[in-house]
Ligand binder design. Structure first.
Ligand code: 6R9
Length: 647
């Protein structure tokens, strides 16, 4: 087995897949790609004809105020219209839009007609309590259909939604509401997670203490007040079911300008408080529509399942907006992947005959750790395409996914993108691109990547940069245009977008993401991607997961500390340590040897599943730990600290 820097395996698209794919050969991809780069405006204008517009654009791209780009200025449209109303005209009217399963096993199915009715009633309810175009609405809901309905209802009336992942604390909610001045919050009494009810409404009540801007709170009844009877504040709070019950079943769509704000989504930067990433209407609409269609090769008969939460960008783009514009049938699941047991996801795939499955590397590694027996109990033969997103996937996990889940038949789309990019940027085209384990491969249409040094020289390994604006690009940071320019455009004097990731190009021209540039460590003058070491460690049969961080080192400048999670029940001792060091020596070189290897039963992760390297660095440097409230499981940190001190 090889690490990412040595990975040479290549997997051609399966001929059975390629023959029916929208883009079924490398030539077909190349032709479209070249067209999209030679004349982007013509390419995007042609694609935009597949969507519905109240009024067409005057111009495709206006760069006069760069980096504040405008796509399709002059056009009028509505995202909700394109996700719902336009499907009512044809055969999709009674097609299942959402197949939802609650963690306790309750299920609901909504057709596009049902979604239309429920969204209209919700939108009318919001209007009744005074929500209007341009108002900010915070949404803090579990993964229940009302989450999708709430997002669409906002889009319908032109209210700007800001979805806050239901794992965030009261303080995080308050910060976001204060930053954008939200006037309304949509929440639920509770939601199910690992057989327990999260008391969302209580958290919102706490968040709203001392907040003046919010005059209305809409509460969906999900947990039926038990075991958390929730407080009801007269005049401010409205039960969702009462608010919508007598509303008319039709509500006109607001005619939105192309550049009207669609949503804000808060994301962490390397410094400072979370920033409210701004996405607007027409460009984001087209970009999520087209990436969904081509990257998932989405066909009318597919059953699409993206396991993300709508609280993250992946859920916005690839649960709500992309799939629904494509009239997809999709699965939505409320709870944890290991409730009631580690086979839950595979049970769902089998039960609804899912054909497309899109998840994160961290989940894939958890499945690996839990063992193949959970998959063997279920028939996964309906699957035809797999995807991954969120972080670099180590070749070992990729191969496992390919073999155990995809039965060596399903293409894997390793999609690199960000909250800021709106949709997929680098990714295999499933019927056309030969894949390599751990590699995000090639650019999507209209995307021109470059790999640069800090000074802007093109190199084979360095910092990823994107040359031209694309329709899905963020339009700003809410309330902070200067930070927007500084963070994304100043690095190379406005010539490139700076995403903050390191990358390298191989001899085939494929691009490999090496992790955040802030995670690149320089040991004795050698640049080492921490992801490279991590992928070596997880190749060991006893290792489930690992994270490597750089710490200051007297002699070498920086040294590496490795945190390694061992598969349950396996030995972790000096013998394993020695084997791991030998693997690093072999795969990368002695210079990449970590100073220390610490074993633990888990790693500190955000609730979206990203390993918190900053926290690991603090542990490794013996520092006072800051805020750990965003962690999925704070006890993991205590265990690591104890070990670090003992070792
Ligand atoms: C969509 C999403 C963005 C950061 C990004 C990068 C990492 C995402 C990746 C990947 C390697 C992939 N990332 N996908 N790294 N391969 N396929 O995750 O958005 O939460 O904003 O994170 O995630 O480092 O810069 P977001």
């Amino acid at each position: 087995m090889e690490s990412v820097s040595h990975e040479n395996r290549k997997f051609e698209p399966h001929p059975d897949f390629a023959k029916d794919a929208y883009i079924g050969s490398p030539e077909a991809y190349r032709e479209l790609y070249e067209k999209s780069i030679a004349d982007p405006e013509a390419f995007w204008a042609e694609a935009a004809e597949e969507l519905d517009w109240f009024k067409k654009w005057d111009k495709v791209l206006d760069e006069s105020e760069a980096p504040f780009f405008k796509w399709f200025p002059g056009a009028k449209t509505n995202l909700c219209y394109n996700c719902v109303d336009r499907h009512l005209k044809g055969p999709n009217r009674n097609k299942a839009a959402l197949i939802w399963e609650g963690e306790p096993g309750d299920t609901r199915v909504l057709t596009y007609q049902d979604v239309h009715r429920e969204v209209c009633k919700f939108a009318n309810g919001l209007k009744q309590i005074g929500v209007k175009k341009g108002d900010r609405v915070a949404i803090y809901l579990p993964m229940i259909p009302e989450l999708t309905l709430a997002v669409l209802a906002c889009a319908r009336i032109g209210a700007v939604h800001t979805v806050i992942f239901a794992g965030f604390s009261a303080e995080s909610i308050r910060d976001r509401i204060n930053d954008c001045g939200a006037t309304c919050v949509i929440t639920a009494d509770g939601g199910w997670r690992r057989e327990r009810v999260l008391s969302l409404k209580n958290t919102v009540d706490e968040a709203l203490e001392g907040v003046d801007s919010v005059s209305n709170v809409v509460v969906v009844k999900r947990a039926h007040g038990d075991p958390f009877p929730c407080h009801y504040k007269e005049g401010r709070d409205h039960w969702y079911h009462r608010l919508v019950q007598d509303q008319p079943i039709d509500c006109p769509c607001e005619e939105m300008d192309a550049e009207d704000m669609l949503f804000l989504l808060y994301t962490s930067g390397t410094t400072g408080k979370p920033k409210g990433i701004i996405h607007t209407t027409a460009g984001y609409m087209l970009y999520t529509y087209l990436t969904t269609k081509y990257i998932f090769d989405l066909k009318p008969d597919d059953v699409f399942w993206c396991t993300a939460d709508v609280g993250w960008i992946t859920g916005h783009s690839y649960i709500v907006y992309g799939p629904m514009q494509n009239a997809a049938t999709q699965i939505m699941y409320e709870g944890a992947p290991n409730t009631p047991d580690e086979g839950r996801f595979w049970e769902i795939v089998e039960k609804y005959r899912a054909t497309i499955f899109y998840t994160a590397p961290t989940a894939i590694r958890a499945f690996m750790k839990w063992g193949d027996k959970w998959l063997e109990k279920h028939d996964l033969s309906s699957l035809r395409l797999l995807g991954t997103v969120g972080e670099p996937i180590n070749p070992e996990a990729w191969i496992w996914y390919h073999k155990q889940v995809g039965a060596e038949r399903c293409p894997i789309v390793d999609t690199w993108w960000q909250t800021e990019t709106g949709g997929h940027m680098l990714t295999p085209i499933p019927g056309a691109t030969a894949t390599k384990p751990g590699c995000a491969t090639v650019p999507f249409f209209g995307i021109e990547p470059a790999i640069l040094t800090d000074e802007g020289e093109e190199v084979d390994a360095g910092i990823l940069a994107i040359k031209k604006p694309w329709p899905g690009i963020l339009r700003g940071i809410y309330g902070d245009p200067e930070r927007f320019k500084d963070t994304y455009w100043c690095k190379w004097d406005g010539k490139y977008y700076f995403p903050g990731d390191g990358a390298r190009r191989d001899k085939d021209g494929y691009i490999w993401i090496l992790g955040r540039v802030d995670d690149v460590v320089n040991v004795s003058g050698h640049r080492i991607g921490t992801a490279e070491l991590e992928s070596v460690f997880v190749e060991h049969k006893d290792v489930a997961e690992s994270a490597v961080v750089g710490v200051p080192h007297e002699i070498k400048g920086q040294g590496l500390i490795a945190f390694v999670t061992v598969i349950q029940g396996r030995e972790h001792d000096d013998h394993l340590r020695k084997e791991l060091v030998e693997m690093i020596d072999k795969s990368i070189g002695k210079f990449a040897r970590p100073e220390r290897i610490l074993f633990s039963s888990d790693l500190p992760k955000t609730r979206s599943g990203k390993i918190m390297r900053r926290l690991l660095r603090d542990i490794a440097e013996g520092k006072e730990l800051g805020n750990t409230t965003t962690l999925a499981d704070p006890s993991v940190v205590e265990e690591l600290q104890r070990q670090y001190e003992e070792a």
